[in-house]
Ligand binder design. Structure first.
Ligand code: F6R
Ligand code: MN
Length: 189
């Protein structure tokens, strides 16, 4: 395995400012890609009528697959809001439900919404520099930017995790994160 990997699989430089990884494309998610994600549908349509801003970008490093191997991705989520709700990622379960993930905050201020699939129980956990968030298996996860600067983070996950967006598209997260008096609060959708 080791000798079959290229140096760019073993060593990847990243930019804290753009979240770009050397030699890797960035997947771009625009407001139009987030239809149905925000609670305030009227605010969403009004924002989209004004333009189609870039909400977040992700690039992934997937050097090897197979039992025990890891993948990771860098994300940059820009600041902003739709109505009172902070800009957010689509969110997903891992297709392989037991697969956990570690998020490491690099820059900016944000949080993760974690929702247990079996019970619907939700936790809001801060995500920022100098801290890590553990996402257990069987847990839907979404990132929100609660600050004024871009939120930059790395997520490390098993190579067999896979991404299940369909379950969230069908049934969104139960809770939303909105700004109240300048602070993030978790409310029922
Ligand atoms: C990978 C992971 C992150 C997200 C990224 C974008 O398992 O959780 O790298 O992929 O935060 O969010 P989504 O994938 O929900 O659009
Ligand atoms: Mn994930």
């Amino acid at each position: 395995m080791l000798l079959s990997l290229k140096l760019e699989d073993l060593f990847v430089a990243y930019s804290l400012d753009s979240a770009a990884l050397s030699n890797r494309p960035m997947v771009k998610r625009y407001l139009s890609d987030l239809r149905g994600s925000f609670a305030d549908a009227a605010a969403y349509e009004a924002a989209l009528a004004q333009g189609n801003p870039l909400l977040y970008e992700v690039s992934a490093v997937e050097p090897a697959t197979g039992d025990g191997q890891l993948h990771y991705g860098l994300g940059i989520l820009y600041p902003g809001n739709i109505g009172d709700e902070y800009y957010l990622t689509k969110g997903h379960y891992h297709t392989h439900r037991p697969a956990a993930e570690i998020y490491i905050g690099l820059k900016g201020e944000g949080a993760m919404v974690l929702e247990d699939e079996a019970t619907g129980e939700t936790r809001l956990v801060p995500l920022r520099a100098n801290s890590a968030v553990y996402v257990p298996g069987h847990t839907a996860h979404r990132t929100v930017n609660t600050g004024a600067e871009p939120l930059v983070y790395i997520g490390v996950y098993p190579s067999n995790a896979g991404h299940d967006y369909g379950a969230i598209a069908k049934k969104n997260f139960r809770k939303i994160v909105v700004q109240r008096d300048g602070h993030p609060v978790l409310l029922d959708r």
